[in-house]
Design a protein around this ligand. Structure first.
Ligand SMILES: C[S@@+](CC[C@H](N)C(=O)[O-])C[C@H]1O[C@@H](n2cnc3c(N)ncnc32)[C@H](O)[C@@H]1O
Length: 263
């Protein structure tokens, strides 16, 4: 992470590595975390007529984007679901089995195959067992090249999606992915908080023949957890020459959406 945001952004690392998503949902739903829901129609637009190749969700966590894309289930609905005392009482294995049945029942886009990459092995394990990911890999491409299994597993990916990931991952991860993905016909849909600069990643993509354009507008990602996050974000977007009025100044992290396609 960069800027003052690196020092002040709430540390959620603990909720990323639990055996199931209950703590993730309990921490982020009250902050109105909603970028996967806002991403869905844009990803669907890019996927139209292209679902013959899988989607790779980078920083997929517990499969939140797959829950949106395949099942139309968002974080707010999951928060309501997990508030049910009968579900809250389940151990992680039983909860995962119950979620697998729930997502299977809610499946609306079976033609969309989602693969996942995340540093968290428990999150990947849950998302595979819950049927959200057809396959997934717990690897950190900031620190190492993809394993042979990951490289082989994502060779035919047609679309890369990333929400809430840039900042944790940067040009190293995208460069290493592009070393193994086939850039022919590849598209990337990446939502990036305005506190971060997507330029270095877009440059890596340009080096592989992919042209990046920013979608119009901004997308409210979540409310700030505290005043320190907000002050840092307002500082960092100003430092990037952006105006925080009506966005970060009003209490919300806002993201920009970048879509990359072959030239
Ligand atoms: C804010 S969550 C976003 C989850 C999901 N994409 C969403 O929008 O709901 C960030 C995720 O990035 C993952 N992560 C952090 N550092 C990473 C790295 N170096 N490589 C891969 N994943 C990483 C975390 O484990 C966590 O699941």
């Amino acid at each position: 992470m960069t800027g003052r945001t690196a020092e002040s952004k709430a540390d959620f690392s603990r909720i990323y590595t639990r055996p199931d998503p209950r703590e993730f949902v309990a921490a982020l739903a009250p902050l109105s975390y909603q970028v996967p829901r806002l991403a869905r129609p844009i990803v669907e637009e890019e996927l139209a007529g292209r679902t013959d190749r899988p989607v790779l969700d980078v920083c997929c966590s517990y499969g939140v984007n797959s829950a949106q894309l395949r099942c139309g289930v968002d974080l707010a609905e999951l928060a309501d679901r997990y508030a049910d005392p009968a579900l809250a009482a389940l151990d992680p294995a039983a909860l995962t089995a119950a979620d697998a049945a729930f997502f299977a029942q809610r499946l609306v886009a079976p033609e969309v195959t989602v693969l996942g990459l995340d540093a968290s092995a428990p999150a990947i394990g849950y998302a595979r067992a819950a049927g959200l990911l057809a396959d997934g890999w717990a690897e950190d491409l900031e620190s190492a090249a993809p394993s042979a299994a990951l490289a082989a597993g994502i060779a035919d990916v047609g679309t890369v999606v990333c929400t809430g990931g840039v900042g944790y991952v940067g040009e190293r991860t995208f460069g290493r992915l592009l070393d193994v993905l086939d850039p022919a016909g590849l598209r990337l849909v990446v939502f990036v908080l305005r506190v971060f600069d997507y330029g270095p990643i877009a440059e890596v993509l340009a080096g592989r023949g992919l042209v990046t354009e920013k979608r119009p507008g901004t997308f409210p990602q979540r409310r700030f957890a505290d005043a320190a996050e907000q002050e840092a974000a307002v500082h960092d977007v100003r430092a990037r020459g952006l105006d925080p009025a009506g966005r970060e100044a009003d209490g919300w992290y806002h993201a920009e959406c970048f879509v990359s396609r072959p030239a």
